[in-house]
Design a protein around this ligand. Structure first.
Ligand code: ADP
Ligand code: ADP
Ligand code: ZN
Ligand code: ZN
Length: 762
């Protein structure tokens, strides 16, 4: 390694991977050219992430982290241990993925992109009246923040009518909050003061009594009832709830407390700063009539035009740096966002693009940028802007590695690496590597799927009824009325930020309780959660083992009697090293199965419980063929295309798309629903999309309705009905611009999407 470093120019040598075995990879040996756009394709579960993220990125980050002190290292993100015989000539890598940006209320689009720092600089230089240096324009700075809201822009207040049931007396338990019930210690702090008639309805209290109950603080309790704890101070409900709940971190509260709190707390823009997060002195400082909060509230496209119009020589460099970054945002389809938008409210695709902005201005070269389906959330119209940006990164001397299914992104690859042939144990091999042209004549699943001709559905189904949305408004959606057909597949299309999610995921569920949202969010559960636990077949499986062996069912559980004593059922042992990262290694006692020797020694038809947990879905289905309670849920997993999973795989290893399909699998047992999907094709190979469409057909055939927010043209072509939102994003969108069949869409003049669909099926 050292010798090579000395003799050669490492940057020009390809990344060399020798016998990589991470997850399902089958001793993959591979050279990846540097300074190229390399696209990784293959069906979902084939091993793309295992190679790109869990092997290349993980090793690169690990080596980089090892150059830091252990103090720094403990604060850096931790990556798993890649398994390979060798990994050579790795560049430093930057992973730009879809993980949501921090959930902190002080993280905004402006702070995450560093554009807000430039805006502060601008105001400190040319704002009038002049107030001070740039740091005071920060809502995190004590001299800058609005003190009423601590720089958060909104204030929480107790909604008294939700907390208090005025029709009840203290003896009837009027407080709707956990642990304030009649007889509880907290209830006694009101009922035993002697201040109130405990049988009088709270609604009948005099103004003075009501004020005392709600607002007084520290009033001496002179004639308490028996049982009053003498040193207790009186504290009215509002100060009590502020102190105990509002002023504490949410993490300190129990789940029931948090849920109850969400019902009694009202969040409103802070009256002092109007949501601007800054104090009056800072907000008085203006540039061309606008204060810094006004600028942060503008959509970035408008803000870019505003800063470009500032023709002030002393801030020319700040202005051009800002305009550049804002322009990048517009370029990747984020023109509708404002700098003051909290990052926690962004979707995965939006988060990925916001992260991208930080890197586009960078002049670093010889970096490997690693993207995870960057086309997610982008309208076909905007995909070429994304591909332009990837091209620019390469032309700046970087290596660009992209996991992607979108044919328009695959088309710009200098080099394609196709992984397969199938998913899970049947995948993990390189089935093709070469140019896009060579891929066209290859005989892999990807090549065949790309070459397949597309057509519109010839006979769209007719609606069995309609859901009506009338005069709905929220965010940019204003006064919209639209009919959602039932019993068919409806696809909602439109550019990013046009209002699709607002309509489908926010407005619709409020109006109609019968809708079920199937999203990609986390599944919950513990480290021991597996597909088997999630679909509810673990108990019947244990019962079978118990019945056949005459042993207790708990013996066949890693959560109970059957747990390996060494790793306590996890299958991994963790070794803490004083000055280095803790190491997790497979547990040797139980062969990484998590089960004790006793649990593994019993065999049902030749297989131990540990063997069963290693089975893929089809194998398990065969094994339990005569057992309806186990077979039926497994069949549902097959129907959603998750047949490559094993029963005992950790749920935390699933991708967002896999989580979405797993949730759908459990839903398949019910009927009569309206299913809402948010880009269900994300993470799906073109060949997998066909399976998903058949599943949607199946839902509709049994009477369900399917409503999908999607940019994927294959899904649009398969729809019975299309609703397009637009015409643009943000305040330029929020309207319905088209309703009709896909075939009508291809002819519609009002539609941005129509021409793309026409070309796709043409
Ligand atoms: P892709 O990125 O092509 O969709 P992945 O690399 O995510 O595929 O997955 C390849 C295989 O490895 C799948 O069978 C998947 O279930 C499995 N897998 C992925 N991550 C883990 C993990 N952390 N532990 C065990 N198996 C995993
Ligand atoms: P789409 O789903 O079509 O991409 P969205 O419905 O997510 O569009 O967004 C429509 C508009 O509403 C955009 O201007 C967006 O910035 C705004 N918006 C969406 N979510 C929020 C939120 N949580 N807070 C403030 N504005 C939001
Ligand atoms: Zn405020
Ligand atoms: Zn063990």
């Amino acid at each position: 390694m050292t010798a090579e470093r000395r003799n050669a120019r490492p940057a020009s040598l390809p990344i060399r991977i020798v016998r990589a075995r991470t997850n399902n990879l089958k001793d993959v040996t591979l050279d990846i050219p540097k300074h190229r756009i390399v696209v990784f394709t293959g069906v979902s579960g084939s091993g793309k992430s295992s190679l790109v993220f869990d092997t290349i990125a993980a090793e690169s980050q690990k080596q980089l982290n090892e150059t830091y002190s252990s103090f720094v290292r403990n604060r850096l993100p931790h990556y798993g241990q890649p398994e390979a015989d060798g990994l050579y000539h790795l560049p430093a890598s930057i992973v730009v993925d879809q993980k949501r940006l921090g959930g902190n209320a002080r993280s905004t689009v402006g702070t995450a992109t560093d554009i807000y720092a430039l805006l502060r600089l601008l105001f400190s230089r040319i704002g009038e009246p002049h107030v001070g240096e740039s740091s005071v324009f920060s809502f995190n700075h004590p001299q800058g923040m609005c003190l009423d809201c601590q720089g958060l822009g909104n204030v929480d207040s107790i909604d008294v009518d939700s907390l208090v049931d005025w029709s009840k007396s203290l003896n009837e338990g009027p407080l709707r909050f956990p642990a304030f019930g009649v007889g509880s210690a907290r209830w006694k702090r009101y009922a035993l003061t002697g201040f109130f008639d405990n049988d009088k309805k709270l609604g009948k209290y005099t103004a003075a009594e009501r004020h005392r109950l709600l607002h007084e603080d520290g009033t001496p309790v002179t004639h308490p009832l028996p049982g009053w704890y003498a040193s207790t101070k009186y504290e009215g409900l509002i100060p009590r709830f502020k102190r105990s709940y509002l002023e504490r971190e949410l993490e300190e509260l129990s789940k029931p407390e948090r849920d109850a709190l969400s019902r009694i707390v009202r969040r409103e823009p802070c009256p002092a700063c109007g949501g601007g997060r800054l104090n009056a002195r800072i907000l008085a400082c203006r540039v061309r009539g606008k204060n810094i909060a006004d600028c942060a509230a503008m959509e970035v496209g408008d803000l870019r035009d505003f800063v470009r119009s500032l023709d002030v020589p002393e801030v020319a460099t700040v202005v051009s740096a800002m305009a550049d970054r804002l322009h990048h945002m517009v370029n990747i389809g984020l023109d509708y966002l404002a700098l003051d938008r909290e990052t926690a409210s962004l979707s995965g695709g939006e988060s990925q693009r916001v992260k991208m902005v930080r890197h586009l201005g960078s002049s670093l070269s010889d970096i490997a940028y690693i993207f995870d389906e960057p086309s997610i959330g982008l309208h076909p119209r905007d995909v070429h802007q994304l591909t332009d940006l990837l091209t620019r990164l390469r032309d700046n001397g970087n290596t660009v590695l992209v996991v992607e299914h979108d044919p328009d992104v695959i088309a710009i690859a200098d080099h394609v690496i196709d992984i397969g042939p199938n998913a899970g144990a049947d995948g993990g091999r390189i089935v093709f590597e070469g140019s896009v042209d060579a891929l066209a004549t290859a005989s892999t699943t990807t090549a065949r799927a790309l070459a397949k001709p597309r057509a519109l559905k010839t006979r769209p189904r007719h609606a069995s009824g309609y859901l009506q949305i009338e005069n709905a408004s929220m965010f940019n959606v204003s006064n919209v009325s639209v009919r959602i057909p039932l019993g068919v597949i409806t696809v909602v299309v439109g550019v990013a930020g046009s209002g699709k999610s607002t309509l489908v995921h926010r407005i619709l569920p409020r109006l109609h309780p019968n809708v079920v949202r199937i999203d990609q969010s986390a599944l919950g559960g513990s480290r021991r959660s597996t597909p088997a636990t999630y679909i509810g077949i673990l108990d019947p499986i244990r019962d079978r083992f118990a019945a056949a062996s005459g042993l207790p069912a708990g013996l066949f559980s890693t959560n109970s009697l059957g747990a390996c004593p060494e790793c306590r059922g996890i299958g991994l042992v963790r070794t803490d090293l004083a000055f280095m990262d803790a190491i997790e290694a497979p547990c040797e006692t139980c062969d990484a199965t998590g089960f004790s020797d006793q649990a593994r020694s019993f065999r049902l038809d030749g297989s131990s419980i540990a063997d069963v947990m290693k089975m893929t879905i089809p194998a398990a289905k065969d094994f339990f063929a005569s057992d309806e309670a186990i077979r039926a849920p497994l069949e549902r997993l097959e129907r959603v295309g998750l047949d490559y999973m094993t029963l005992g795989q950790q749920l935390s290893s699933l991708s967002g798309g896999e989580r979405q399909r797993l949730k759908l699998a459990t839903e398949l047992a019910r009927t009569g629903r309206i299913y809402l999907f948010d880009e269900p094709t994300s993470g799906l190979h073109i060949a997998d999309i066909e399976k998903l469409l058949r599943l949607f057909d199946e839902l509709v055939a049994r009477g369900d309705s399917v409503l999908i927010v999607e940019h994927n043209l294959d899904v649009m072509a398969h729809a019975d009905w299309i609703i397009e939102m637009g015409p643009g994003a943000g305040h330029r969108g929020g309207q319905i611009v088209f309703e009709g069949t896909p075939s009508d869409l291809t002819k519609a003049t009002s539609s941005i999407t129509g021409p793309f669909l026409r070309k796709h099926v043409g």
